[in-house]
Design a protein around this ligand. Structure first.
Ligand code: ADP
Ligand code: MG
Length: 347
């Protein structure tokens, strides 16, 4: 666990970058620091591995004041990933990943072979290991940066805008793989981003930083969307936070109607295996616009219901066979009960 207690950073010149920050970062979870540019996220992150020293206050790692720890030893247990990956341009990809293990005494041969495994782990073809960073795409470089930070197997990872420099499509797949990787590794991760959607998607808890380096709110993402602490946080989380909040609610309990129910004259057409083909109308067959399963979330179901020409979202089982439909009205009522329950009421 990492604890900030009354931590302030005033840079020479007088800028207060971080103002009296107190928060706990639990082990084996992702804590996201989010907020507009200049509000002290990077400074807070870099104080954890002492690349920046706090002006006052205390940071503890597993109960020990980090000022009492040897800096080299402290950093050995903390991986660090930055925007644009920060790779060494004149070293091959494999040697980039192997650098820290070699410095700490692992043989070059062993470090390189482990590096190739790590490349695979972060979703890269190990054959790319012989290239130089400039010969990779931005997304691939970012993956190498993650592999390099993982090379020493540190329990803690600090990640500063690791996915910000790539386009939206690549970012989505990097985020997805990052979450999968974290499921396996269970590291203690602190990730900085200015993107609230990324924060909500990746964070187990989210710390919202406001102007002057003050902590505006610390909460799990669903709570951030449901109950922003003040106007600043509400503006940051933005519009349709209600709709976005539905992504944290499972669709498992949504009651469905039988698939042969006619919905406004439209009937679900199935193939021989029972897989949905579309909505049959007098004008022909209209697309279902997708299907959902019990493991999806309410946002997905609501989106499908909105897109559906029948105003009904089609549920399928693990084999892709239609096993129910839910209409707008029933879904709306389910969501209402969900919100009441969430607020602690009796629906
Ligand atoms: P963020 O990562 O949220 O964009 P930073 O932690 O980088 O914010 O910066 C917080 C504030 O501290 C900003 O006003 C920035 O200009 C200032 N700052 C950051 N680094 C330095 C530095 N080395 N010297 C002086 N001021 C700095
Ligand atoms: Mg920053």
């Amino acid at each position: 666990m990492i604890e900030f207690e009354g931590v302030t950073k005033v840079y020479p010149g007088g800028t207060t970058a971080v103002d009296d920050l107190s928060l706990s970062i639990p082990d084996n979870a992702i804590t996201v620091f989010v907020g507009p540019s200049g509000c002290g996220k990077t400074t807070s992150l870099r104080m954890i591995n002492r690349m920046v020293d706090a002006t006052s206050g205390t940071i503890r790692l597993d109960g020990e004041d980090i000022r009492s720890l040897d800096v080299v030893k402290l950093r050995r247990g903390i991986g660090y990933v930055i925007q644009h990956a920060g790779l060494f341009r004149h070293r091959t990809v494999v040697d980039n990943v192997a650098t820290v293990p070699v410095l700490s005494g692992v043989s070059r041969r062993e470090a390189r072979s482990h590096a190739r495994e790590l490349l695979e782990r972060v979703g890269l073809d190990p054959a790319l290991g012989d290239r130089y960073p400039a010969q990779l795409s931005g997304g691939q470089q970012q993956r190498v940066g993650v592999a390099r930070a993982l090379a020493a197997d540190p329990p803690v990872m600090l990640m500063d805008e690791p996915f910000s420099a790539v386009d939206a499509v690549v970012r989505q797949s990097l985020q997805q793989e990052f979450l999968r990787l974290q499921q396996d590794l269970g590291k203690t991760i602190v990730l900085v981003t200015h993107d609230i959607d990324e924060a909500v998607k990746l964070g187990d808890q989210v710390a919202v930083f406001g102007e002057g380096g003050r902590l505006a709110q610390l909460a799990p993402p669903e709570e951030l969307l449901a109950a922003p602490a003040d106007d600043f946080v509400a503006r940051l989380v933005g519009r349709d936070r209600g709709f976005r909040g539905l992504s944290f609610a499972t669709a498992g309990e949504v009651a469905v109607e039988p698939v042969d129910t006619a919905v406004d004259g439209l009937v679900l057409e199935l193939d021989g295996e029972g897989r949905p083909q579309g909505w049959k109308s007098s004008q022909g067959t209209l697309p279902t616009e997708g299907t959902w399963t019990v493991s999806d979330n309410l946002r997905t179901v609501a989106d499908l219901a909105i897109l559906s020409p029948a105003g009904a979202a089609v549920r399928v089982d693990a084999d892709g066979r239609a096993d129910g439909v839910v209409r707008h009205a029933a879904l709306a009522e389910h969501i209402r009960r969900h919100q009441v329950a969430r607020l602690g009421g009796d629906a």
